[in-house]
Design a protein around this ligand. Structure first.
Ligand SMILES: Cc1ncc(COP(=O)(O)O)c(C=O)c1O
Length: 405
């Protein structure tokens, strides 16, 4: 019996692969210096590790451009703010969807209220899917930005980002994708899908630690720096450097965070190579990591379908989101009878050791559309790559026993 059964992987993944902990510890001890500033050997080696991580992440996401366009920040929220505040001007129009996280909703709301930006919010269907045509039809000559999330962090619906990208590619709109719930789980092809800015967070499916995230910015897009300061380059200049990555990076970077992402990238490639059958070419980093993500996605979906099948048979359990076989990630939202979501979450934790999240999950608008706002949200059960049979059985036990109370 375990002390805890972890089902909060949509918030952050736990555990991380062992090499991530090991390399972070080792590299931080040996190279925990300020890169890009000092010219000594340790600083150069730390900078080399950062450059290698930018290259691996660019390839991982299918970005064929200059890896200096792979930029680091604290997390996805930080990069999303940098992108939106650095791109939009009064009088501009932006399009977002109603399945977004507050990392998008709130910057958009502030830009609308305080920044003279017009915002259109595209609704999903009942299962959480956005019709790419709805986005295309909402575009006007003033549309500067379209933001869509790749998968809902509430109900797990997986959007067809390629179809959205293709639907708007001939317009002037800059296409920004929030990959928080998919990076590391669903293979992404930034170039083929016509994504202009890809925002990622390090601590979820990418298996890095908290405090590191970033964005990849296509080569013809210049984001106005909204944060400025030290970068270690051209210090004599009165102004922040124009070139990437410095253009959107400020201050001392997180060496432990980037080291974590570096080790995780190598872990993905190794997993991909060890899980692919003969005949598949996984010689490139991208191909190996895509194979790893196909493997992870398939395992996580098997887990979530086991949970759905069990929950469907329990009277009183309401399941939200995609119907069977529809594209999804493993994040699952349920409620039990009339019980408030928070009460169920507390009972699952206190009585069964289940770590789930109850409430709105920082995405209030999708709850309006799903009818779950009044009951203060849902109970989110988010299995991950390391979820095992014991975890699954405990989740089914907890939910079924509470439902029969
Ligand atoms: C879809 C989505 N977007 C954005 C975020 C924000 O990520 P972070 O808190 O790492 O910035 C999250 C995290 O919960 C998310 O699930």
């Amino acid at each position: 019996m375990k002390d805890n059964y972890y089902f909060d992987n949509a918030a952050t993944t736990l555990p991380k692969p062992e090499p991530v902990y090991q390399f972070m510890d080792k590299f931080f001890r040996s190279h925990g210096v300020n890169p890009g500033r000092s010219g000594h050997e340790l600083a150069i080696e730390a900078e080399t590790m950062i450059i290698q991580t930018r290259r691996m992440l660019g390839e991982f996401f299918g970005f064929g451009g200059d890896s200096n366009r792979v930029t680091f920040s604290f997390n996805a929220t930080d990069s999303m703010n940098l992108a939106l505040l650095g791109l939009l001007n009064p009088g501009d129009h932006m399009i977002i969807t109603r399945v977004e996280h507050n990392a998008v909703l709130r910057p958009a709301n502030h830009l609308e209220r305080d920044g003279g930006v017009n915002v259109s919010r595209i609704a999903a269907d009942g299962q959480g899917y956005i019709d790419p045509e709805d986005i295309r039809k909402a575009i006007t000559p003033k549309t500067r930005v379209v933001v869509a999330n790749h998968a809902s962090n509430v109900i797990g619906s997986l959007q067809n980002i390629e179809a959205i990208g293709k639907a708007i590619k001939d317009t002037q709109a800059i296409f920004i994708v929030d990959t928080c719930q998919t990076a590391g789980v669903v293979a992404i092809d930034m170039d083929a899908w016509e994504i202009d800015i890809l925002v990622f967070t390090g601590h979820k499916g990418l298996f890095g630690p908290m405090g590191i995230g970033g964005m990849i910015v296509r080569e013809d897009i210049d984001i106005r720096p909204v944060k400025t300061g030290g970068t270690g380059v051209n210090s004599v200049s009165d102004f922040h450097p124009d070139e990437y990555p410095h253009r959107v990076e400020v201050g001392t970077p997180s060496i432990p965070g980037i080291a974590g992402l570096n080790a995780a990238q190598k872990w993905f490639a190794e997993l991909g190579r060890s899980t692919t059958g003969n005949g598949t070419d996984v010689s490139s980093h991208k191909a190996a990591c895509d194979a790893a993500q196909d493997h992870i996605h398939s395992l996580e979906n098997q887990t979530v379908h086991r949970l759905i099948e069990a929950f469907q048979d329990i009277p009183g359990v309401v399941i939200y989101g995609p119907a069977e076989k529809q594209p999804r990630v493993a994040t699952l939202s349920i409620n039990i009878g009339d019980l408030p979501a928070e009460q169920v979450g507390t009972m699952l934790d206190a009585d069964y050791g289940l770590c789930v999240r109850a409430g709105l999950h920082c995405a209030p608008v999708i709850h309006r559309d799903q009818g779950t706002l009044e009951r203060n949200g849902t109970v989110r059960i988010a299995p991950g790559y390391f979820t095992d049979d014991e975890d699954i059985e405990q989740a089914i036990k907890g939910v079924s026993e509470i439902a029969t109370l």
